[in-house]
Design a protein around this ligand. Sequence first.
Ligand code: SF4
Length: 501
Amino acid sequence: MPGFTPGRRWQPAYSPFQKETFGEHALRVLEYSVKGPLFGCRMCGNCLLAETALICPMECPKGLRNGPCGGSTSEYCYVDKSRPCIWYKIYERSFEWGREAVLLEVLPPLDWEQVGKDSWSAIFRNARNIGVKKIFSGLLSRSSDVRAQTLDGIFRPVRQPEWWQGDSKYHPPAYTEPASELEQRLVAGEFVVTCEVTPPLSSSTDRLIHNIEMVKPYVTAVNFTDNQSAMPRMTSWACSQVAMSHDAEPVLQMSARNRSRGSLQSEIIGATALGVRNVLCVTGDSAKLSPSPRDQMDINDLDSIQMLWVLRRMRDEGKYLDGREIKYPPMFFLGAAASPFSSNVKFQALREQKKVNAGAQFFQTNLIFDVDGMELWLNELAKRNVLDKVYILAGVTPIKSLKMAQKLAEVPGVYLPKNILQRMEVADRAGNAQAEGVQIALEVIRRIKTYEKQGIHGIHLMPVGWDEIVPRIVMEAGLIRRAEALPQFMEVRSSGLRISA
Ligand code: SF4
């Protein structure tokens, strides 16, 4: 086990994509022979150790370079239970060392042309440009700011290449008129309801259309998951297209798991040209959850924070990742998933702040059963001044059966209190589990609604295949929307293109 990396399992290093010169080869071997044993280095070519408390993040099976995923736990990584979540270790050490603010910097995806090459030559080059004298005086300075700036001068250009330039700042959206009906209603102060409709497993859209028509009068927007649990289904953008053709506003979900940076950019251009105006970025469940034969499980090209960063810049700066200008930039309301119960609430709040800084304008949270726990999470977000920058829709699911409750209790990132499980057990014995599940959902919604002026802006219903329960829950919880569909957005949905040349 490498000295500076707790719990690391050995993994092979990457090789360079192209043939190297003798000098490059020698430097790579030298770097690996030092950083391999010390940090479990995989030679990613874009070293982040200075930002990650000297723990290499490349152990993460999803290849996440901006923090843990929603399935992380303090005990283990859900993709490989034989080891801890390495991001937990990075957070623990960073908080211990008082370096948690460094974790807010949005770090880039790998540059696959650099992967497998050494990082040292770039570090030496930067040091030479600054000058040895300046470096020594900077590092020996009494001011911690000067010391940090000196180190930043050497390491920042390595971790933040020209094409990325990530930072730790909040980037507010650069447009003023709401992009979607969902955004419009949130801006107007309405307590909104969104829900998920399960994408079909076949090419038939009959059931999908039926469910969209059924929930449409009760919700502002309908989410279509993107291969939830890494299980192939009808894609989210096709479902979104069906929804728009039936005058329902979709939330297009895009998961990093099945995308490269290239496909992300082309899909957002296409989806927004067709009329999609709400986009939700998620890292996505690992292929480990899917049936065999499985997809790649050792790295994602992007994580959700990088997706937010790329999409926000496409919209607000009119630029592709490679720097090309977009003459008519895409327009959308940008969202992300939030996970109040995934990990230590302080870690989680930092992660949500990073998403907001990167571009998230709304959150749809993971399932909430413990409203007191949600309040702790909101308090941490308040301490980070995040609550006035993001709309939060609290995730609620009606439990359909005892079996479902038992499964939920084991899902990483979901906290199902014991008393709820016990209620479902009693109800199951009495033969009324469904009624009890609905009752629990209504109670949770009633309590969540008391936070309407304290950070919560709506409810996101996740019926997990029990789509027909949505109207009843909305009605019985008194959540029916205040105004009819807004005509300007109906037009966007039916005509698609917002901008013409
Ligand atoms: S971040 Fe990259 S270069 Fe740095 S130790 Fe990890 S794999 Fe090696």
